[in-house]
Design a protein around this ligand. Structure first.
Ligand code: GDP
Ligand code: CA
Length: 342
């Protein structure tokens, strides 16, 4: 277990499903909301927070295993992320990347920062030594006292590929090289149907008082997590309340190209389309409540008619306080539900 999780005796067990940059902003808010609401003597929270992170956009590059969402989560929780650029490590340099380009190695449009490479080399070495992905993530996460327990969604490699008119390519090539401008005809994650949830993931969902869906990309961040056989069923069957936060505000993603991903699976980039996509547990879906933005308040009625409570709240995470307020609201929504157990 990761450091920083102290006495949880009378605090809740919280599980968050999350992708990278958007997901980690929300998890930082959850950690802070828990600290403020259930403070312990050591400055942490009497809450046990487990984050199940997407590994669907992992990749091999120049012989190294990269896990973009795992690293974004760790860097943000450790406070070593580059908040100005929005991704990667603060104080990053690119000496090795320059050499790789001179050698003609790797992808020139996919920069590997020097500090980032430290993580990739450590990870790849441990994998080569026979460690599982779960063990590797735990070792990476143990460098800093994150205050949460970090689990990958699965130990299996299930990298996402995208079908386009130019052929099939790795998700990172479509996302980073083409900036998601090539129309995607669909996504494929070879092997995901045969994968299993990471050890502890299903147990965490079954023991959770609250399950939160971060406002992560519904298609390529939460989609892969929910496609690992057993995870969606565990969410549906969970005794705790399940609350999601919309990544779409007023018909557009807050940041990034999630609209291109939604279009590829035939969904509009609207808060209600994504809410209906996850669906109400009351109707066989995944969520009890779906937080939508004030700009989308007119959509609440349709969501409620489908069995989803749709609290309206500011959804912009501009800084720690706004992210904390959003997380506190998500936790608050969970407690209104009959599923809440403590
Ligand atoms: P990635 O894996 O690094 O792409 O990050 P995620 O999938 O976890 O999150 C990306 C999503 O976060 C995007 O679709 C954004 O719309 C959403 N997002 C980013 N910032 C905010 C915010 O402040 N509020 C909300 N509600 N969503 C956000
Ligand atoms: Ca991602």
């Amino acid at each position: 277990m990761t450091g920083g999780v102290a006495d949880t005796s009378d605090g809740p067990r919280i599980v968050v499903l999350a992708g990278g940059v958007g997901g980690s902003k929300f998890v930082v808010g959850v950690r802070e909301a828990a600290r403020r609401r259930w403070p312990d003597a050591a400055g942490g929270a009497r809450a046990e927070i487990t984050v199940i992170v997407n590994t669907g956009d992992d990749l091999w590059l120049s012989g190294l295993r990269l896990q973009p969402d795992v690293d974004s989560m760790i860097y943000a929780l450790a406070g070593v992320n580059d908040t100005a650029r929005g991704w990667g490590r603060a104080g990053e340099s690119e000496r090795v990347a320059t050499e790789l380009q001179a050698w003609g190695a790797g992808w020139p449009w996919f920069t590997l920062g020097d500090l980032d490479l430290g993580a990739h080399i450590a990870r790849t070495g441990w994998l080569r030594d026979g460690a599982s992905v779960t063990e590797v993530v735990d070792r990476l996460a143990s460098r800093w006292p994150l205050g949460i327990r970090l689990l990958p969604m699965t130990d299996t490699e299930v990298d996402t590929h995208v079908f386009t008119a130019q052929g099939r390519m790795h998700f990172q090539e479509w996302w980073t090289r083409h900036r998601a401008t090539l129309p995607a005809q669909g996504f494929d994650a070879p092997g995901i149907a045969q994968s299993a949830p990471a050890p502890g993931a299903v147990d965490a969902l079954a023991a959770a008082d609250v399950i939160l869906f971060a406002p992560s990309n519904p298609v390529v961040s939460l989609g892969p997590i929910l496609s690992v056989p057993g995870i969606a069923d565990a969410v549906r069957a969970a005794p705790g309340a399940v609350v999601g936060v919309s990544p779409i505000i007023a018909g557009a993603p807050v940041r990034g190209m999630a609209d291109a991903c939604l279009a590829a699976i035939g969904l509009a980039a609207t808060a209600d389309a994504v809410g209906h996509h996850y669906g109400a547990r009351a109707a066989g879906g995944l969520l009890d409540a779906w937080l939508i933005a004030e700009e989308d308040a007119s959509l609440a009625g349709g969501l409620e008619a489908a069995g989803l409570r749709a609290p309206v709240h500011p959804l912009w995470m501009r800084d720690l306080d706004t992210a904390t307020a959003l997380a506190a609201e998500a936790l608050h929504s969970a407690e209104l539900d009959a599923h809440q157990t403590s």
